[in-house]
Design a protein. Structure first.
Length: 162
C-alpha cells in the first residue's frame, strides 16, 4: 500500500514539474519571470532637442456624427426609382425634384381606375333609367287605379317598387 502512495506522490511531482516547464517555455511564463526579475521591456520614448514649436495631440474616439436636422423621405406610391438628381448631403429647396419614379406602372393603374369610373358611370345611368321606368309604371298604375281598372294592391306594389 505504501508503494502505491509513494508512486502517486512521485507521479504528481513529475506532472507538476512538467507543467511548470511547459508553461515557462510555451506560454506566458517567460514574461511573468522577466517581470519578476525586473527585465521587462519598458515604454519606448523618443528624445529630441529642446526648441520652440507646436505641440500636437491627436485624439480618436468612436462615435457618430449627427446632423443638426434630418428629414425622413417616404413615398405615397411605390415605384422603381429611375433618377436621384441630388447627392447626399446637398441642400434642397421647396419644389425641387428629389427623386424621379418610373411612371409606367402608375399610368397603368390610372387607366384601370379611369375604366372602373366609366363602368360605374354606366351602372349609374342604368339605375337612373330603371328609376324613370319605375316612376312611369307607378304613374300608369295610379291612373288606372283612379279609373277603377287596377286594384289598391297593384297600386301599392307599384309604389313600393318606386
Amino acid at each position: 500500500m505504501w508503494k502505491w502512495i509513494i508512486g502517486i506522490i512521485v507521479l504528481l511531482g513529475v506532472m507538476l514539474l512538467g507543467g511548470t516547464w511547459a508553461l515557462y517555455e510555451f506560454g506566458p511564463g517567460k514574461k511573468m519571470v522577466e517581470r519578476m526579475r525586473g527585465r521587462e521591456e519598458g515604454i519606448k520614448v523618443r528624445l529630441d532637442a529642446v526648441r520652440r514649436g507646436e505641440l500636437v495631440r491627436v485624439v480618436s474616439a468612436p462615435g457618430r456624427i449627427e446632423p443638426d436636422s434630418s428629414v425622413e423621405i417616404t413615398a405615397q406610391v411605390s415605384a422603381r426609382i429611375i433618377a436621384l438628381p441630388f447627392k447626399e448631403g446637398r441642400s434642397v429647396a421647396a419644389g425641387d425634384v428629389v427623386v424621379r419614379l418610373d411612371a409606367e406602372e402608375l399610368m397603368a393603374a390610372l387607366e384601370a381606375q379611369r375604366a372602373s369610373a366609366k363602368a360605374d358611370e354606366a351602372r349609374l345611368e342604368g339605375s337612373r333609367a330603371a328609376l324613370a321606368q319605375s316612376k312611369r309604371e307607378r304613374d300608369r298604375v295610379r291612373q288606372l287605379h283612379e279609373s277603377d281598372v287596377r286594384s289598391i294592391a297593384e297600386m301599392e306594389v307599384a309604389e313600393a317598387g318606386h
